[in-house]
Ligand binder design. Structure first.
Ligand code: COA
Length: 177
């Protein structure tokens, strides 16, 4: 758990537990409506409460995975996830994803979440590499990742199909030592 302040507002970053499942589903529905840069669009998530609870429970119990929430009061306003590899040869690799509610963009919350995830990764002593995929036209996220030390490792063509249009992704990574 970590507290930080922006514009006199208090935010808390903490690990999600099973009891956050309902609020998290509502959050994901909301961010799907706010940008087209995520791996799911409006109404595409279709996740049941039970499935979300299981996901959060698994993530909580895995030493190389983390679902972190940024809370403003009682409200989830951002999330950062790290999905660690399952097979022994991939356990040192974590795939990261982040999102922030649009009303809170541009305040430095994304940067705080990345710092938190990198700090957590170091402290696990298991994660030695963070990978992420970002849509090649997501300038805001690309800038944020570059600024926080991620390096471009490659391009993945036709990574997403939204409507009739294909989108490429940029693969970025950070070594954790
Ligand atoms: C990407 C996202 C998480 C960034 O969160 P955020 O809280 O707005 O990010 P920050 O305020 O910490 O911004 C940090 C950096 O992002 C970049 N940035 C911010 N606003 C920007 C803009 N309008 N244009 C370009 N770059 C911008 C800058 O480098 C900025 O640093 P600076 O303010 O010191 O110049 C958020 O915009 C989001 O949730 N987007 C939709 C979902 C998404 O794209 N997730 C990532 C999928 S890979």
């Amino acid at each position: 758990m970590e507290k930080f302040y922006i514009d006199n507002m208090e935010f808390i970053i903490r690990e999600a537990t099973k009891t956050d499942a309902k609020a998290l589903i509502d959050y994901l529905d909301k961010i799907a409506q706010e940008s087209d840069f995520l791996s799911f669009g409006i109404g595409e998530l279709n996740i049941t409460l039970e499935k979300e609870e299981t996901f959060l429970e698994n993530s909580y119990n895995q030493d190389n995975s983390l679902m972190a929430l940024v809370m403003h009061g009682e409200r989830i306003i951002g999330t950062a996830s790290m999905a660690g590899g399952i097979k022994p040869r991939f356990r040192h690799v974590g795939e990261m994803g982040i999102s922030v509610i649009k009303a809170y963009w541009g305040k430095g919350i994304g940067e705080k979440m990345i710092d938190y995830m990198v700090g957590w990764s170091k402290q696990t002593a298991i994660i030695r590499k963070i990978n992420l995929y970002v849509r090649s036209d997501n300038v805001r996220a690309l800038n944020l990742y570059k600024k926080t030390g991620f390096e471009v490792e490659g391009a993945v063509r036709r990574d997403m199909l939204i409507g009739n249009e294909f989108y490429d992704s940029i693969m970025m990574g950070m070594l954790i030592d």
